[in-house]
Write a new protein. Structure first.
Length: 95
């Protein structure tokens, strides 16, 4: 299971997407320290978007149904942490 910050301002906005991604990337160390986990920073050159991804160690297609509730709870906890770690940086971006 993945948690993804997907940066895509729409058609013909490749430069803006990359600018936003790079501004967030400048704060990578701070964000990862605040979040508590390493993130995958992906400049998707073949697409117009960029992503910041947290790969959860549990969850996914093969997960038994009886574990879904617990995994959903973990995902929500991580989403809250990820938002807290990135919100200030994202809100400060001016284009």
């Amino acid at each position: 299971m993945q948690l993804v910050i997907y940066i895509d301002r729409g058609k013909d906005q490749e430069e803006a997407n990359l600018l936003i991604f790079n501004k967030i990337l400048l704060k990578r160390v701070e964000i990862e320290q605040d979040f508590g986990y390493q993130l995958n920073w992906r400049e998707l050159q073949q697409y117009r978007a960029c992503t910041i991804v947290y790969e959860m160690s549990r969850g996914g297609c093969g997960t038994p149904k009886e574990e879904w509730h617990h995994i959903h709870e973990l995902a929500v906890e991580k989403m809250i942490l990820l938002e807290k770690a990135t919100k200030k940086v994202i809100n400060a971006i001016k284009l």
